[in-house]
Design a protein around this ligand. Structure first.
Ligand code: DGL
Length: 267
């Protein structure tokens, strides 16, 4: 049997596990390494030049250590800035995570769509170009949040959530205009699906939150090619390897919370 391919899933923190779980679902036979640049979390606080240099340096180290066959940058804040630099610099293929503006706009009936991301992601030229190219006649409201990603991390650590704070962060996504209301909110930060139950409960009216993770996983699998059935059966329980750039070991309860999201053991 051929050796299982290694996929490196990378984010500034724990948000990328929402992408990791979809890849694990489609290709449970792969060796998945989850790398969090927790030493630099959150990425929103860096200037573009600082962040580009940071991601390239960390990626160089991770590629050297784990020798991946494919890298998934499960972070909008990094992908919208450095994806093309990463592709130019390293020979391994990269799959990025960028705001799901095309599917969100295609699915909207009211033509009022919001994009909820980090402040850095929603102000990037990359995001504005996606709206120009794929907005499909929708009025797109860009909503930047500096709090939701840290809150998602706190949620993973089992800390209590402040509903009022979450409601305040998402409120600008809900727009009413000429009798129409926002019906789609694209989640443009991989941390936010970790708070999905809160987002749904605290929405002033029903909207569909678009999580780009399944589409990213499909793209990753397309690049890798399908697994043999026998390989899937034989390796379905392979544990995910966790790498934190701070060198800190996650607590047993955080490890359990991560395993519960990605549905496999971790080492
Ligand atoms: N999960 C990251 C993203 O998708 C960013 C969180 C952060 O570092 O601010 O944008």
């Amino acid at each position: 049997m051929a050796t299982a391919p290694t996929i490196l899933v990378f984010d500034s923190g724990l948000g990328g596990i929402t992408v990791h779980r979809e890849i694990a679902r489609l290709r449970p036979d792969t060796r998945l390494v989850y790398a969090a640049d927790d030493d630099a979390f959150p990425y929103g606080r860096f200037t573009e030049d600082e962040l580009a240099a940071r991601v390239i340096a960390v990626m160089s180290d991770l590629i050297g250590r784990h020798r991946p066959d494919l890298v998934v940058v499960a972070c909008n804040t990094a992908s919208t800035l450095v994806l093309s630099d990463l592709r130019a610099r390293f020979s391994v293929p990269f799959v990025g995570t960028v705001p799901a503006i095309k599917p969100a706009c295609a699915a909207s009936r009211s033509k009022l769509v919001s994009v909820l991301g980090t402040e850095a992601t929603v102000t990037r030229e990359y995001t504005k170009a996606l709206i120009r190219d794929f907005g499909g006649g929708c009025a797109v409201t860009l909503v930047g949040s500096s709090r939701l990603a840290p809150l998602a991390e706190a949620h993973m650590r089992g800390e209590p959530m402040d509903d009022a704070e979450i409601a305040r962060e998402i409120a600008p996504c809900f727009v009413e205009r000429n009798g129409a209301r926002t019906d789609i909110v694209a989640l443009a930060c991989t941390h936010y699906p970790l708070l999905l139950a809160h987002l749904e409960r605290l929405s002033p009216w029903h909207v569909t939150f678009v999580d780009p993770a399944p589409a990213i996983a499909r793209r990753a699998v397309e690049l890798l090619g399908p697994a043999q059935e026998a390989e899937i059966d034989g390796r379905a329980l392979s544990p995910a390897f966790l790498h934190f750039t701070s060198g800190r070991q996650p607590s047993p309860s955080l490890t359990a919370a991560i395993s519960a999201v990605i549905k496999t053991r971790t080492t």
